[in-house]
Design a protein around this ligand. Structure first.
Ligand SMILES: CC(C)(COP(=O)(O)OP(=O)(O)OC[C@H]1O[C@@H](n2cnc3c(N)ncnc32)[C@H](O)[C@@H]1OP(=O)(O)O)[C@@H](O)C(=O)NCCC(=O)NCCS
Length: 131
């Protein structure tokens, strides 16, 4: 597997993996692919990485700037993050998250927030604000 920045020819593959990953999620409105396209159009897709196996996009992650209520700057939002169902639980999501956070740090990022399942993200170093 390789992880690389998206290119102009990845748009359709990114939509496909996003639709497939969220398809069976009850909490999803199934609009995640539109969010990615809207962020890109607004020039707010700070980091957009794909995971590729044998030339096929099997995963994607997006990071975009967020506004923090206390005025802190340099923060980003993680998501959506998607891995094709048949490729899940092999470490691809984790790799995309680690690589994305590392790129944000290199860009001077100060922090990253997300809305997601605590069981998954606590293992990746995130903290639940309610704790
Ligand atoms: C969430 C998602 C991106 C994770 O990708 P993945 O490649 O399956 O994740 P990884 O294999 O890197 O998993 C990392 C760890 O989390 C665990 N894990 C994976 N999915 C999990 C889940 N839904 N709940 C709890 N733990 C989970 C894995 O078992 C693994 O544990 P380990 O480190 O002990 O081996 C992927 O499952 C997905 O596309 N889900 C549907 C879309 C979605 O929910 N996106 C996130 C919205 S916030």
């Amino acid at each position: 597997m390789i992880i690389r920045n998206e290119t102009g020819s990845d748009m359709e593959a990114i939509s496909k993996v996003t639709i497939a990953a969220f398809k069976s999620l009850a909490i999803s409105q199934h609009t995640e692919q539109f969010i990615i396209n809207a962020l890109r159009k607004a020039n707010a897709l700070t980091v957009s990485l794909v995971a590729e196996i044998d030339g096929q996009v099997v995963g994607h992650i997006a990071f975009s700037p967020v506004t923090i209520s206390d005025g802190s700057t340099g923060w980003y939002g993680l998501g959506p993050v998607s891995v094709f169902p048949e490729h899940q639980k092999k470490g691809i999501g984790k790799s995309l998250i680690h690589e994305g956070l590392s790129l944000l740090k290199k860009k001077g990022g100060q922090g990253c927030v997300l809305v997601g399942h605590p069981d998954y993200y606590l293992r990746l170093g995130f903290q639940n604000i309610r704790n």
